[in-house]
Design a protein around this ligand. Structure first.
Ligand SMILES: Cc1cc2nc3c(=O)[nH]c(=O)nc-3n(C[C@H](O)[C@H](O)[C@H](O)COP(=O)(O)OP(=O)(O)OC[C@H]3O[C@@H](n4cnc5c(N)ncnc54)[C@H](O)[C@@H]3O)c2cc1C
Length: 397
């Protein structure tokens, strides 16, 4: 078994050689479930994962559909400074986490390009002002760089001549979500983790498993699947859980080469083009207040594909590989939270549209609590973390 090697920013240093024996039951083999399972199995815990998906290829919930952009500054226009700080913390942690997996994962930190059409210039002015406000508050974030037509052409030659102005956000990243899910699964298999497909569990069922394993931990990472077990009274401002629908198109476009994720400002929602290896592009994403998991609508498909075509006509000859819809698991304040519903029963949820951007921070905070009982990192990053001793009695399952 390989030792758990802490990466940059890991809160308690290296726990090399640590072999812990408390069994862990993880509900959900999506993003959080797999990340935590790898770390905990590597530290020596016997880990069991359950997921209702019939097999690994169909599992992963929102994580399978996401564009997996790691863009704390771009997202600061729509989120709070603590989420931005978690995103900033997570970038070097992703490099360390990916480097430790048994299969390679495409990870890139080549910045984000923001573009807009002339008629959306007032919106661009507002957007830039929001980003400058963020970098004034969080000075360790690199400031956005304003680009003229020549600057856009030099940075991203494929869109030369089509945009008069742009903004470059240095240092932002992205990864390939499906490669990551596959690499986490391969690592879990190599570590001998007990994976159970076709198995849905409620929190109550997990608590009865815990009665047979009194030293065990339950980690509820079911995303939107935890809705019934995330009531309004769980913790102040932290329930109920809801879905925010997002639709994406996955395209193969051999005629298009982009060096980095490109966002097009749009009056209804920002549209992005995230280039993955092999001329694969994820075009997304709508943002609709709804739990609807039905297929992508015609209207959304038209908007996403026309935005891509407006950025680069080479998308005209692209092949549509998939049109997908999923819901982002979201709490009322749109912020993530960890709640200990009963001693050693942790619910981890509310990652909303920032799961990839912040999950290393949430992961490190949970592992710190499991191994030391401390929540220093959560407090430092402003992650809401309610321990059993602080929980509202009515919230117990
Ligand atoms: C269209 C779209 C685009 C996105 N783009 C980005 C992006 O660019 N950057 C970013 O940072 N984030 C993005 N996200 C958000 C990100 O995908 C989520 O925040 C993240 O996947 C949430 O992780 P999770 O582990 O909590 O839930 P999920 O990844 O949804 O995993 C939940 C898992 O729990 C399982 N499950 C459900 N019910 C049960 C049950 N009863 N028992 C056991 N298991 C169960 C599910 O099958 C699933 O495998 C996007 C999301 C969407 C929908």
């Amino acid at each position: 078994m390989r030792d758990l090697q802490a990466g940059p920013g890991f809160p308690w240093g290296t726990i090399r050689g640590m072999h812990l024996r408390e069994p862990i039951l993880i509900l959900g083999a999506g993003l959080m479930g797999r990340l935590l399972a790898v770390t905990l199995a590597r530290a020596g815990h016997p880990v069991r994962i359950v997921d209702p998906a019939p097999d690994a290829a169909q599992a992963g919930g929102a994580a399978r559909i996401a564009a997996a952009m790691l863009a704390p500054l771009a997202e600061s226009a729509v989120t709070e400074p603590n989420v931005v700080a978690m995103g900033r913390y997570a970038l070097p942690r992703w490099q360390a986490l990916c480097a430790d997996l048994t299969q390679p994962v495409f990870f890139q930190q080549n910045g984000t390009l923001i573009l807009w059409h002339r008629q959306d210039a007032p919106q661009a002015t507002r957007f830039e002002a929001l980003l400058r406000h963020t970098t004034a508050q969080l000075p360790d974030l690199p400031a956005p760089r304003a680009l003229d037509a020549q600057g856009v052409a030099e940075l991203e030659p494929a869109v030369a001549g089509r945009f008069q102005r742009g903004l470059f956000l240095p240092d932002e990243g992205q990864l390939d979500n499906r490669q990551l899910l596959d690499a986490l699964l391969a690592t879990l298999t190599a570590l001998g983790v007990d994976m159970n497909w076709g198995t849905a569990m409620t929190l109550q069922q997990a608590c009865s498993w815990q009665r047979d394993h009194p030293d065990g931990w339950v980690l509820d990472c079911r995303g939107l699947g935890a809705r019934e077990d995330w009531p309004a009274q769980i913790a102040k401002g932290k329930g109920p859980l809801r879905g925010v629908r997002g639709e994406v198109a996955r395209l193969h476009a051999p005629d298009v080469t982009l060096q980095r994720p490109t966002r097009l400002l749009h009056p209804r929602y920002p549209i992005y083009i995230a280039p993955k290896p092999g001329h694969l592009f994820v075009i997304g994403a709508t943002q609709i207040e709804s739990d609807d998991l039905s297929p992508t609508s015609v209207r959304s498909t038209l908007e996403l594909l026309s935005a891509a075509y407006a950025v680069h006509p080479g998308f005209g000859e692209a092949r549509v590989l998939e049109l997908c819809a999923q819901c982002r698991p979201t709490l009322p304040d749109n912020l993530p939270a960890v709640v200990e519903r009963a001693p050693r029963v942790l619910q981890i949820n509310g990652l909303y549209r920032h799961g990839f951007m912040i999950s290393p921070a949430v992961h490190d905070a949970v592992v710190e609590y499991l191994h030391s009982g401390r929540i220093d990192l959560a407090q430092r990053l402003g992650l809401a973390f309610t321990r059993a001793q602080d929980a509202m009695p009515a919230s117990m399952p």
